[in-house]
Design a binder for this molecule. Structure first.
Ligand code: X2X
Length: 342
């Protein structure tokens, strides 16, 4: 077969050709820039299952929308504290935000109802409740705000445990005057006041340094947070109080959400809700091995009998106070799932 003559290319035409390739590549690159780039903020470390599943969902959404929609994830309170970011999701400066209902309650009071102390005894009850009527009720209350909406499936934060740099918490007496950090939420402050503790409101992005500098002696969070936020470096004791189950609503700024084409919203909704359900399983699996892992890191664990703590909240009028705040109908919905409280 006759060989094709080698083409003689002048230096000038080679440069022009290379330049053309570069421009077209750039142009293609530009062409691939998403039509919709939305910002999602959260307060958790990149290593937490929430961020792992969120990134997986973002990749699936980009692929299924043919590159039209890009979800940019900003973990670890990069765009501001929870309090700041709640203002940003309301204004639309941020498009999505995962936030505990108890912190959201500063804007939507009903959203803290799942945080009632010792309400949930296990995960089966949590999901029956949050994927059922009470979850539906809270999302409807969030929608009434007009500026934000919540996706159907709440993400798992977990059952909260009490950590300390000074002592184990074994009975309610150990909480008296205990300097404990709480997230910015009236219910959290109210519960620790009922225990006669000394609660200090601190956003999560400042918790590590507050514990390190002994501004507070303790805090309370699920083991997955104690691990991924490395709180074991500044806390020596972990008391298994299981005093609250907490979750993260995946919130959207309503105006920015409704500006998306319906077919894009359908794809985003599908993958975000699927990610929430997968994250729940991840947190449960991660938590299984964490007590041993954290003990190996030097944390001292103690089991806790919840009954005296519940009795203390009852005698302090905590349950009565919050039944009055949430109203009889919402309280009845909660008790129909978890049993009589207080
Ligand atoms: O602030 C906390 O303690 C955290 C991370 O659990 C919440 O977002 C409620």
């Amino acid at each position: 077969m006759e060989k094709r003559p080698m083409m003689k290319i002048s230096r000038r035409s080679f440069a022009a050709g290379a330049g053309a390739v570069a421009v077209s590549t750039f142009a293609i690159g530009r062409a691939r820039a998403a039509e919709f780039t939305y910002k999602y903020a959260n307060n958790l470390p990149l290593s937490h299952p929430l961020n792992i599943r969120a990134q997986e969902a973002a990749n699936k959404i980009k692929e299924e929308t043919g590159g039209r929609f890009e979800l940019q994830i900003f973990p670890s309170s990069q765009l501001g504290s929870d309090t700041d970011t709640l203002g940003q999701i309301r204004s639309g400066a941020v498009d999505f935000f995962t936030l505990s209902g108890l912190i959201l309650s500063t804007y939507v009071p009903a959203a803290s109802i799942n945080g009632i102390g010792f309400a949930f005894k296990d995960y089966a009850t949590v999901w029956k409740t949050m994927d059922g009527k009470l979850g539906e009720y809270v999302r409807a209350e969030i929608a009434k705000s007009r500026s934000i909406i919540a996706f159907e499936k709440i993400w798992d934060n977990g059952f909260r445990q009490t950590t300390s740099s000074s002592k184990p918490i074994a009975t309610p007496a150990d909480l008296v005057n205990f300097k404990i950090r709480v997230p910015p939420s009236p219910l959290w402050t109210s519960m620790y006041r009922a225990f006669e503790a000394a609660p200090t409101t601190i956003n999560f992005n400042e918790v590590y340094s507050a514990l390190q500098s002994k501004v507070v002696d303790g805090q309370e969070n699920p083991l997955a947070i104690v691990e991924t936020a490395k709180l074991y470096e500044v806390q020596q004791y972990c008391s298994l109080t299981n005093h609250m189950w907490d979750g993260f609503w995946f919130l959207a700024n309503r105006r920015n959400w409704e500006a998306l084409p319906e077919n894009i919203r359908t794809i985003v909704t599908k993958h975000i809700n699927a990610a929430a359900v997968a994250e729940r399983a991840d947190v449960a699996k991660l938590t299984e091995g964490l007590q041993k892992k954290l003990a190996d890191r030097g944390m001292k664990f103690n089991a806790v009998d919840p009954a005296p703590f519940r009795d203390k909240l009852k005698s302090a009028g905590f349950y009565k106070e919050w039944k009055g705040k949430f109203g009889d109908a919402a309280w009845a919905m909660l008790e129909s799932s978890v049993g009589a409280l207080g």
